[in-house]
Design a binder for this molecule. Structure first.
Ligand SMILES: NC(=O)c1ccc[n+]([C@@H]2O[C@H](COP(=O)([O-])OP(=O)(O)OC[C@H]3O[C@@H](n4cnc5c(N)ncnc54)[C@H](O)[C@@H]3O)[C@@H](O)[C@H]2O)c1
Length: 310
């Protein structure tokens, strides 16, 4: 299979490219990435010279370039996005461009070129805060931030392309990922890098917001299954059951690093900060997927990786 990956120099995309090239010796990958601050070619250093891999620097909003690089592909997996909620609050515009208009450009190219498979990488944040229980794929979309609203809008556009044009669209909505190769502005790599240098670890509000932490390699396995075996037109939630408060995550990191818990420092909360995310992922279990990496083990792997890289 020849696959176009967008945003492959970012966190999840780079892990997915390495996963795919290792697992499928017959597959080749084109990686289209704009190389924003979050795109790091070093994430892919180990496969940069692989003859089954090629890189094109470019924007998913580029209506000329996107069909050119997509032509002849058997599948497209769209990871490209502006992904940091805090940045979306201070400046929403790039989020609307990349996360919504960019998806429109990619969808339209898929339609024109009759691409047999398109996977949109979305997020559990589209469901908004879930006070109790969990959101299944039919739950209403109630995004709270410009980031999650741009992702929800893109999901609706993808589903509309399926309904109207029968484009073979699939969507994954995973919970918060952690693991190697993440830009250190997100909670876990930020806390790890600050703790490693003995600096204070800033916790929003009382640190009681809850997220379900999914190890990135588990997410890659899930996306792989959805790409190859998922049912067209369906959304697949991907979760792990590691529901932890931000304080619990910070304490786990500091404890593993033998750093004092006094490094934790409360800071003013994020506006519109969702209290809790939780998804029901029964649907993807029917494809034979389940998470395999428990939080402590995944955190050790992650910390190890940052210790070697920083
Ligand atoms: N990180 C998470 O916990 C998480 C959870 C659920 C869903 N997601 C989704 O997964 C996808 C990947 O997330 P990530 O954490 O790897 O993000 P990331 O910020 O690490 O990487 C995003 C990549 O996209 C590229 N990019 C940005 N705008 C682009 C554009 N206009 N054209 C081409 N490339 C562009 C960047 O250069 C970067 O390489 C995103 O769509 C995100 O919404 C992430």
């Amino acid at each position: 299979m020849k696959i176009l990956i967008t945003g492959g120099c970012g966190f999840i995309g780079s892990n997915f490219i390495i996963h795919t090239l290792q697992k499928y010796p017959g597959d080749s990958i084109i990686n289209l990435d704009k190389l924003t601050y979050a795109g790091n070619p070093a994430n892919l250093a180990e496969i940069a010279n692989n003859p089954r891999y090629s890189f094109v620097r470019g924007d998913v909003c580029d209506q000329k370039l996107v069909p050119q690089v997509m032509d002849g592909c058997d599948a497209v997996v769209n990871f490209a996005a502006e992904s940091h909620v805090d940045r979306s609050i201070t400046g929403p515009e790039p989020f609307l461009q990349a996360n919504f208009l960019g998806v429109g450009v990619v969808l339209e190219a898929c339609r024109q070129l009759k691409i047999p498979r398109f996977v949109q990488i979305s997020t559990d944040e589209v469901y908004g805060s879930i006070a109790q229980g969990s959101a299944d794929e039919q739950a209403p979309l109630r995004p709270s931030s410009p980031y999650s609203a741009s992702k929800a809008a893109a999901d609706l556009l993808c589903l509309a392309y399926h309904t109207t044009y029968h484009l073979p669209v699939l969507i994954t909505r995973s919970t918060n990922n952690y693991g190697p190769r993440q830009y250190p502005e997100k909670l876990i790599p930020l806390f790890v890098s600050l703790s490693l240098s003995g600096k204070p670890v800033p916790l929003y509000g009382r640190g009681e917001n809850q997220r379900d932490w999914l190890f990135v390699e588990d997410n890659c396995q899930a996306i792989d299954l959805v790409l190859r075996q998922g049912k067209e037109g369906l959304v697949y939630n991907i979760g792990s059951g590691n529901n932890l408060t931000n304080t619990e995550v910070a304490k786990s990191i500091l404890t593993l690093l033998n750093a004092p818990l006094s490094l934790i420092q409360s800071v003013t909360d994020r506006p519109g900060h969702d209290w809790r995310y939780a998804v029901n992922w029964d649907r993807i279990k029917t494809l034979g997927w389940q998470p395999t990496v428990d939080f402590k083990e995944g955190l050790k792997i992650t910390i190890d990786w940052y210790q070697r890289k920083l």
